[in-house]
Design a protein around this ligand. Sequence first.
Ligand SMILES: Nc1ncnc2c1ncn2[C@@H]1O[C@H](COP(=O)(O)OP(=O)(O)O)[C@@H](O)[C@H]1O
Ligand SMILES: CC(=O)N[C@@H](CCC(=O)OP(=O)(O)O)C(=O)O
Length: 284
Amino acid sequence: MNITPCQKADVLIEALPYIKSFYNQTVVIKYGGNAMINEELKRTVIQDIVLMKFVGMNPVVVHGGGPEITDLMKVFGKEPEFVDGLRVTDKETMEITEMALVGKVSREIVSLINLNGVKCIGISGKDGNMIKAKQKDPKLGLVGEIDFIDTEIIETVTQKGYIPVISPIGVGENGETYNINADEVAGNLAAALQAKKLVLITDVQGVMMDYKNPETIISKIKSHEINGYIENGVIQGGMIPKIKCCLEAVSKGVERAHIIDGRKPHSILLEIFTDDGIGTMITE
Ligand SMILES: Nc1ncnc2c1ncn2[C@@H]1O[C@H](COP(=O)(O)OP(=O)(O)O)[C@@H](O)[C@H]1O
Ligand SMILES: CC(=O)N[C@@H](CCC(=O)OP(=O)(O)O)C(=O)O
């Protein structure tokens, strides 16, 4: 598509109020699922995050990597098992999870951001005891529930110009390592940092009335409507933890949470810098 210089200027001018209102503000981005598997989409997500930093925002990335953990488990001859969307995590699975998330996924995102000209640093939730956790449910083994997030390291590196990339791993009272759902980390972290926005990138258009029909997208949800949507079965499966994290974040002071489609190129830019936005927005 060819656009004229004037149209290009219009696009920039449409972004101006957003650049102003987000200047020096924190935006937490959860990056996982399909958008992380496709190489071309990965490139556009990274470009969006780098652009945010260059126009003066403070993006903080929380990464997932469920498919990478599953692949590595298979290499070690282990069959993954999930209960309510959470991976049952024995000691060996925990080691594999750390290898996949901290050793591979984080390294890759950090390298890509560095290559795009912004300093980036990978931080596991265990580093500096950042994410304190306890066992969620003995049935799930080493799956963690967040007790507390110490935001000091993130604030320090952000002030120095880095983009922090957080791996969803927690540390217990006695040094145990816990596997934590990445959406849960993103929601709690957005609240702890009092972020202006939480953006969860997923592989559907947003929350839909009928999730098999993209035309039924719900563009705005108020927090008091969420339980109703879960009770009447509109929101199911993997969308339940996601929407609950958004609820947690907005109830603790994050202005807005968004669930957006990572299959769409530059979905973050479309959400942050355009009047229409995309996906589903959750507010208090
Ligand atoms: N109302 C809904 N709107 C959209 N998706 C829904 C809804 N209810 C259930 N889902 C399911 O939730 C899934 C998203 O969760 P999940 O697969 O865990 O995402 P991710 O891998 O990005 O963390 C969708 O692919 C869809 O199958
Ligand atoms: C406890 C639990 O289930 N942890 C997740 C952590 C990774 C994650 O959340 O990755 P996605 O966002 O890509 O799904 C897991 O083991 O898969």
